[in-house]
Design a protein around this ligand. Structure first.
Ligand code: 2HG
Ligand code: ZN
Length: 462
């Protein structure tokens, strides 16, 4: 915990109004979207990179542990101050500084909201393609620190792909300016890449140059009901062979039921599938729409799709997407135990069935909901808490289940966290996805960037 003297020194760096240790503020700012409990010493809001650097330098002198905080939408506990750390929020460093139409890049501070960057890109006639349900509150710095993925990874990749340059305050308190905006720069180790996905364990991302791209034309979705998982994967192969897709998402009948019931939405089609897929593409011209319809009809003929609907308007496009995007927030009331897994799409069929078998044998009373970005190999598994169990007992039993699931995942060389990061919640399972040598090298890298171990201690590994 911070002494009064250090607190006053911090206040002198940023101003009295930009630091607080008021209890309600601490519990709000001290955590992310997980159910972990915040135990923060104080929360500080630097206004610029010089103030941020001064805070990190003071923290090094006084050995104060820091938790970088962005939009606090994380699901792995990466931004939770669980051990009396000082939370450093980059919320106020939120200006979009410079746009370059020729390079198609924009320089923004870490606190820019993802949706604001998307809107800014649109004003320039361009597009920032990394997108997810929490884009209205997540911040670019957090997106970069977690290498956020989302619903359009199939076509556009993850956040990493859109970072052209970074300006960082390292854990040692140095400003590392790699904000170069070069597409080609083969001059040795790419240090910038180390910061992307480092979950704030190496330093603070203060500013980034983000790439923009051409705006997609007339995005359209086709929602199909499918009879089984193997049919779903055949639909994926069929569409990918036939046309370019911007997204291929899926969710189970149980997920659809929860969303339509809770939000009082219409079911999308008459037939009931075991799963549904949302296939998104750019309907640039009639020929593409005809091609999508032809592929859909072939799926019906082959019995790998049961029914479907194609969006005919922007409103219908949005209402179909809503069925997928609302799942996570609708499920929150069941306090689910979450997994964010990836195995190659070709292995998904076998993998999901084996996970279901593990759960039905070890915990048959648990309801399992599958959804996610199956087109890129990333599935979300939410295990719902039965009413009669308390959360602690439920989480404990799910941890035992998880070991079995992860042993199985490791045999596919899958990932224990496809897009949500490791944070606090997944660190016990890191070894299922990364070798001892990899973990040792990661620790060595941390030592270089953060010699006093003040940056987000205990996240990713202990
Ligand atoms: C999504 O794809 C998010 O909806 C959240 O990554 C997943 O809450 C989850 O498990
Ligand atoms: Zn997701």
């Amino acid at each position: 915990m911070l002494s009064d003297e250090i607190y006053q020194q911090l206040a002198a760096l940023v101003g009295d109004k930009k630091i607080t240790r008021e209890a309600t503020e601490l519990s709000y700012w001290g955590k992310d979207s997980t159910s972990l409990i915040a135990n923060a010493a104080a929360i500080i809001f630097p206004q610029n990179i010089e103030q941020l650097q001064a805070v990190v330098q003071l923290a090094n002198r006084e050995k104060i542990a820091l938790v970088p905080s962005a939009g606090r939408t994380g699901l792995s506990g990466g931004a939770v101050a669980a051990q009396g750390e000082l939370v450093v929020s980059l919320r106020d460093m939120n200006s979009i500084k410079q746009f370059n139409a020729v390079d198609r890049t924009v320089v923004c501070e870490a606190g820019v909201i993802t949706a604001d960057l998307q809107a800014y890109a649109e004003q320039q006639g361009l597009y920032y393609p990394v997108d997810f349900a929490s884009s209205g509150s997540s911040l670019i710095g957090g997106n970069i620190s977690t290498n956020a993925g989302g619903i359009k990874v199939l076509k556009y990749g993850m956040t990493r792909q859109w970072v052209a340059g970074l300006k960082v305050v390292t854990g040692a308190g140095d400003i590392l300016d790699m904000n170069k905006s070069l597409l080609k720069n083969n001059t040795g180790y790419d240090l910038q890449q180390l910061l992307i996905g480092a979950e704030g364990t190496l330093g603070f991302i203060a500013e980034a140059t983000m790439r923009l791209t051409r705006s997609p034309e007339n995005l359209t979705v086709l929602l199909l009901a499918v009879p089984s998982l193997s049919a779903l994967l055949q639909v994926l192969a069929h569409f990918q062979a036939g046309m370019e897709l911007t997204a291929f998402e899926f969710f189970s009948e149980q997920a659809l039921q929860k969303v339509t019931t809770q939000l009082q939405l219409q079911r999308p089609c008459d037939e009931v599938g075991q799963y549904y897929t949302l296939i998104e593409f750019e309907a640039k011209d009639e020929a593409i729409v005809d091609q999508a319809m032809a592929l859909f009809e072939q799926c019906l003929e082959q019995g790998i799709a049961l029914d479907g609907v194609m969006s005919q308007s922007q409103a219908q496009y949005q209402s179909l997407w809503r069925l997928r995007e609302e799942i996570s927030s609708v499920l929150a009331q069941w306090q689910p135990f979450k997994h964010d897994l990836s195995v190659p799409p070709s292995q998904q069929g076998e993998f999901l069935l084996e996970v279901e078998k593990i759960i039905s044998e070890l915990a048959p009373q648990y309801q399992v909901i599958w959804y996610g970005h199956i087109g890129d190999g990333n599935v979300h598994l939410n295990i719902l808490k039965p009413d009669e169990l308390n959360k602690t007992d439920f989480d404990l039993s799910c941890k035992l289940l998880s070991e079995e699931i992860f042993k199985h995942l490791a045999s596919y060389q899958g990932s224990v966290s496809a897009e949500h990061g490791i944070g606090l919640l997944k660190k016990d399972y890191l070894h299922y996805s990364r070798s001892d040598l990899e973990i040792a090298l990661m620790k060595g890298i941390k030592q270089q960037f953060d010699p006093n171990g003040i940056m987000n201690p205990g996240k990713i590994f202990s």
